[in-house]
Design a protein around this ligand. Sequence first.
Ligand code: NAP
Length: 509
Amino acid sequence: MENAETALRHGSFIELRLDWVNEPREVLPLIPLLLKRKAGPKAKDTPLLQATCRRMQNGGLYRGSVADQIEILINAAAAGCRIVDLEVESALIAREQAVAVLRRDALLIVSYHDFVSMPVIDKAMRQLLRFPADYYKLVGTANRQSDNLIALDFLQSVKKRPGEQGKWIAFCMGDAGVPSRVLALSRGSAFLYASCPQKAPSLLAAPGQIDSDKLLNDYRADKLNRRTAIFGLLGNPVKHSLGAAIHNASFRAKKIDAVYLPLLASDLKDFRKAAAKYPLSGFSVTIPHKEAILRMADKADKTTLKTGAANTVRIHRGKWEAINTDIDGILVPLRHAYGLSENDTLPPDFRAVVVGTGGAARGAVIALQILRCPNIFVAGRNHAKAKKLAREKGGQAITVASLTDENFDLLIHATPVGMWPQTEESFLQADQINASTVFDLIYNPVETRLLKIARQLGCRTISGMEMFLVQAAGQFEHWTGEKAPLPLMRRVAMDELKQFQLQQQNAQR
Ligand code: NAP
């Protein structure tokens, strides 16, 4: 009841998962009480309730027989639920006549779920259509990006069948299936399922479900259409990225008809196929694909080629144009800190050390070279890797142990140590921080343990959030040709981080 009331504060159409309570019959008397409430964010709508009581063997939690399940749904309809959902497995056991009774007092959804992979669509469709219904729901699980296209193409095709328009709901479960959820309405899905916004990550009714506030306010799933330009973040994982919040807010602020989606993928061949079919207008790239994507690109600028990694692709007439805005993400905050304009260089005796030897460290070395830094040092827990980076990109390798004896103007930290949730850790201790400026590339948290120590030592500090915002603004400008709304991006990123941290703290309680 408490969950239903929370849901009614966010929207007027809610699904009651009767199988999630111990005794579904006991909650039926509460349905008329819920219907008396006013629903929606303005508390002025009449609730519309759907009852679902999915059986254990079909992916739900209800342990009773099909006959009992149907009786519960009939009683839920009599109590005021306008829609009832019966899974096709139960329908097949109950047979047509018993299923038809469910339409007496309510609209009937017959649903098909595949919790492992994408079903053979024609076969699933034939099974569903055996039962006359008001809606049909066909849901698979996405394991790769192209699975989304199976659901979206199906929605497009079914729209053209006489009598079928507006009757089908289709999307994919799973983290790789988020694009199909966001785009489903734009391709003709009768409606969408979302979770209830909660202070802590809640039990999701299905894997990959997005909360209704995010779906409607961030992704604007109900405002998208076939012409909406599609962008996204390619990577693995992509779940906790701030990119969707800031890019979607920027598109909205600039009145650009575009959406930015998480594009979880490990198979890049499949991703390329899906990118052409969505079709994508561009994408950001994160771990572990930055190097591979550059190799797959049709075009890249000199600096990106030198870096050996791309974090941004624009797709123009099917061709992939790769750039690396991470370099600017390091350059711009440094120029700002040292008061340098575009062609200015660092002083002739300037000494900078980069700690870390991965992709971000490589970007930092190249940014320092663009600033003509005369003394670049590289240190990492693996000294052989530090030597290799110094040899390949230019610089001198030093050991982490020797940092206590050296002095630098600038220290750039490029390892993940100190990143959420290990916020109490720092790769470097106070005696190893011998630099007047410390730039930590980590952006979550905005002030890492390393930056706290550096601030207490009297150093000037630069947060990875500055890098994050500049690289995101560069992506936005590369894709849209418009100036990025930086203050808005900053506000959204900070809000999103705060919300994320609160949710995680609540979840740990
Ligand atoms: P990466 O390619 O995986 O490199 C990570 C580096 O950190 C490697 O040198 C690795 O050493 C080292 N490392 C990993 N775990 C360590 C540990 N426990 N102790 C000491 N060293 C450790 O990752 P990346 O892309 O360079 O990213 C590094 C960090 O930069 C990220 O965690 C992220 O926070 C930050 N970043 C920020 C932005 C931004 O926009 N602000 C953008 C990109 C990256 P080994 O090679 O020995 O494993």
